[in-house]
Design a protein around this ligand. Sequence first.
Ligand code: KIV
Length: 265
Amino acid sequence: MRKKETVSSLKSAKGDRKLTMITAYDALFSSLFADEVDMILVGDSLNMSFNGESDTLSVTIEQMIYHTRAVCNGAPETFVVCDMPFGSTNTKEEALSNAVEIFRQTKADAIKIEGGVYKAELVRHLCNNAIAVMGHIGLLPQFVRSEGGYKVQGRDEKSFKEVIEDAIAIEEAGAFALVLEGVTEKLGKAVTEAVSIPVIGIGAGSATDGQVLVWSDMLGFFESFKPKFVKRYLDGAMHVRKAVECYVKEVKNGTFPSKDHTYTK
Ligand code: KIV
């Protein structure tokens, strides 16, 4: 069994080994991922791939707590990060009270917050109150409605500079790591070099200190759309469809259950 990561082992991984993170939303899958990855993220992406919503915005803190408990139950020896959902970090008081609730009701090791410079004071407040914070900068899925879509960052000089400023501000506020999403390869490298905490990329090129993927994307279960940065390591949806088709056929033609699956006495 792997040794459980800590905030300090993750920080000291920078420049030494690449870090891996995958999302999970339940105990079954977190237990399958636990031995392989350094961290599991209970991402608010669960609102899309688990709940079937069109974006992440409607997931609640109670739902995040429910899924995080399940993930921690399945992977008690893995470092688990719980996403702070949309609207749960509007003020620093609200953010702290929601984060404390997550820590009280689950075994999460850290929380993740979307936002840059403007969230720095809030991140500092949480860190000062014993909450380990992972930042999330670059493309911010919680801005999908206000921005009118998912927009890759760093393609112009202004956004390139702003994302670096965000990274530095969140590091200075005390975050132990950063997720960097949806930026050009050049910006991925620049951010990774600008801070001394690990930068975990998703659609940020190969120069970052590690990578994160949404499990249902990388295992080919989520079919609604596939961003360019997703690599499908399995055609999960196809395997499930084939298996269920086979089960239905065997029930109908009487080959299931056979004697092997029957109590004969
Ligand atoms: O919610 C999520 O799954 C995330 C990843 C995209 C990093 O935040």
